[in-house]
Design a protein around this ligand. Structure first.
Ligand code: PTJ
Length: 260
């Protein structure tokens, strides 16, 4: 890893990049994953690189839904493994959820490397490597290959940095989908039941905390949280946050220019 001084104003963001580059060098992050991260960075910049209110509401609903689910599955791809492998294992343990590797640019070698990384952080079982023998109908990418013990029988699937096709296909076969996606305009964000518009590096730890907070609540209370959740409203809120923020920034720039 290159020496980035802690004092660098973009230290956190540069360290996230380094994790992806490391995953790329180790052979489990694809070059396309680096491009996808660039798009994410841009949206993170627009939202202000912080967890916005819309994401907090979505995270609470996601935690409630995951706690209500009988077979929750956390889907892991190359970028997710590079950025939050340790927290994925913690979240799975909190929920007693399955972890499944599911890749758009699938190779058996990448799947194995990702599973190894998750195991290094304590995952006892990682599905989707040797056992991705089932297929999701109407999905033609490599993401269609799923485990009969995992995504195939899941009632709720948590996905991050996803392409829209799979979310739509999962919804069609009756799964509930929770998506983590910094882009509130993406097909994934639009197709999911619950979309957390936040960086996965903030979203997963927040989700762990929310699960801990809600764990002992009555089933009825959890159901009420899920029933009162409206994903369209949350996506509008996220977009409005960006618009308002840009307007404020543009006004302050004008003030600055005026005062010159
Ligand atoms: O590892 P694989 O083979 O499964 O491939 C994974 C990638 C990411 C290459 C693949 O899923 C892909 O091409 O994804 P997309 O279609 O580029 O979508 C990625 C979405 O995630 C975009 O909407 C980005 O804005 C968003 N995103 C990028 N980085 C982050 C993010 N969302 C949350 N946190 C991030 N750090």
């Amino acid at each position: 890893m290159v020496g980035i001084p802690r004092s660098h104003p973009r230290y956190e963001s540069l360290m996230i990049r380094e994790k992806l580059v490391e995953g790329f060098k180790e052979g489990y992050v694809v070059p396309e994953g680096l491009i996808a991260h660039g798009r994410g960075e841009c949206f993170d910049y627009l939202i202000g690189e912080e967890t916005i209110k819309a994401a907090k509401i979505a995270t609470k609903a996601a935690a409630a839904l995951l706690l209500l689910s009988k077979h929750p599955v956390i889907s892991v791809n190359g970028n997710v493994a590079a950025l939050v492998a340790d927290d994925i294992v913690k979240l799975a343990n909190e929920l007693n959820a399955k972890i499944e590797v599911n890749l758009f640019y699938r190779t058996e070698e990448r799947a194995k490397k990702i599973a190894e990384k998750l195991r290094r952080f304590g995952a006892k079982e990682v599905l989707g490597v040797d056992d991705a023998t089932a297929t999701i109908p109407e999905l033609f990418s490599e993401r269609r290959r799923v485990s009969p013990k995992g995504i195939l029988i899941a009632d709720t699937v948590l996905v991050a940095l996803e392409d829209g096709d799979r979310t739509e296909a999962l919804r069609k076969i009756g799964k509930k989908v929770i998506a983590i996606d910094l882009n509130p305009l993406s097909r994934t964000a639009r197709a999911a039941n619950i979309t957390i518009v936040d960086n996965v590096v903030r979203a997963i730890p927040n989700l762990i905390n929310e699960v801990k907070k809600l764990r002992n609540k009555h089933k009825e209370e959890l159901l009420n949280i899920v029933r009162s959740y409206d994903n369209n409203k949350i996506l509008s809120m996220a977009l409005k946050h960006i618009v308002d923020r840009l307007l404020k920034l543009s006004e302050s720039k004008i003030t600055l220019l005026n005062s010159c």
